[in-house]
Ligand binder design. Structure first.
Ligand code: BDR
Ligand code: CA
Length: 313
């Protein structure tokens, strides 16, 4: 089985990424670390703990990440994800204990404990992942892949050209993309095609278990937030975009996606193009390819995988 660490900021679509990884028979989720992004660190950490409790998987270690991005103040997305960070869910009201390790310590420990390489799935701003890479250069060779949701070849959802996760911590994304570690990027080009339609929500309704009912609540709340600022550039306006689920689904079944090896850079300078990703689609820079970039997916199979996964709990 593939060993996976999830660094997330749950987060409606983060919850889907988590449950895809928990349900997959070819994956062992060995740790969860929390990013600050959709909400503050306290809230995303609490949500991760509660989502694991709902799945009956309190055995998976969870650690808190950094409270702030590397250089900038934290931007949160309460307008999309609500005050709790996952409004609409009805998660178990468990006591939230302080973790014993910090996120980057937990990442290092579980990677050192494995004989084989480990995959990191990152579905929030990449502050933890970047600082982990800087702090533990000797562990880079033990990373199979960093699969992240963020950026875009075309357009943005937080500013004209910036996607939220990169906008929150562009310096972190820059460090990750320059690290030399294998990377798969799931930007808006593909995640806006990862739509969950009303008829798909109806199928989740039929699951009718505590997990099923939670995800209906998650989808119903998230659906009310679709119009702004997640407006799609082309014909993908209908349905709810499960951005983060793409970065996880790729690890479960890479055949769902069309990926192109390209060079990706991050604009960390202030200005109108702040935090945009520059994807050299036409190979104009001569820079070496540093990421597999997602452009398309088999939506029908993607939806099947999600419904199948949620039905397992
Ligand atoms: C990303 O931003 C967050 O709001 C979502 O969880 C996702 O990670 C989409 O731009
Ligand atoms: Ca997220």
């Amino acid at each position: 089985n593939k060993k996976v660490i999830l660094d997330c900021d749950p987060g409606h679509d983060d919850a889907f990424a988590l449950y895809l990884l928990l349900a997959a028979e070819n994956i062992d989720l060995i740790a969860v670390t929390t990013a600050s992004g959709n909400q503050t660190q306290e809230k995303t950490y609490g949500n991760a703990k509660k989502l694991l409790a709902l799945a009956g998987r309190e055995d998976i270690p969870v650690a808190k990440g950094f409270r702030k991005p590397i250089k900038h103040e934290l931007t949160i997305a309460a307008n999309i994800h609500g005050e709790s960070g996952i409004d609409g869910a009805i998660l178990p009201d468990i006591p939230i204990e302080e973790p014993k390790e910090k996120a980057i310590e937990l990442m290092a420990r579980v990677i050192q404990e494995q004989d084989e390489k480990v995959t990191i799935v990152a579905t929030g701003p990449m502050t933890n992942v970047a600082i982990f890479l800087l702090a533990y250069p000797e562990l880079h060779e033990k990373i199979e892949l960093i699969s992240f949701m963020g950026g875009a070849c075309f357009g943005g959802n937080w500013s004209p050209n910036a996607e939220f996760n990169i906008y929150v911590d562009p310096d972190a994304a820059d460090i990750v993309l320059k690290s030399g570690v294998p990377i798969a990027m799931f930007g808006l080009d593909v995640t806006l095609k990862a739509q969950f339609m009303n008829e798909d929500i109806d199928r989740v309704r039929q699951i009718n278990t505590p997990v099923g009912r939670n995800f209906v609540g998650i989808l119903e709340f998230f659906s009310t937030k679709i119009a702004q600022p997640f407006l799609a550039p082309s014909d993908h306006i209908e349905g709810q975009h499960l951005h983060d689920a793409c970065a996880a689904a790729y690890i479960v079944d890479p055949s769902l996606f069309k990926m192109v090896p390209l060079n990706v850079a991050v604009n960390t300078a202030e200005g109108l193009n702040y935090a945009s990703t520059i994807v050299d689609y036409n190979k104009k820079t001569g820079r070496k390819e540093n990421a597999l970039v997602g452009f398309d997916l088999d939506r029908t199979k993607f939806v099947e995988l999600i419904i199948d996964s949620l039905s397992k709990f």
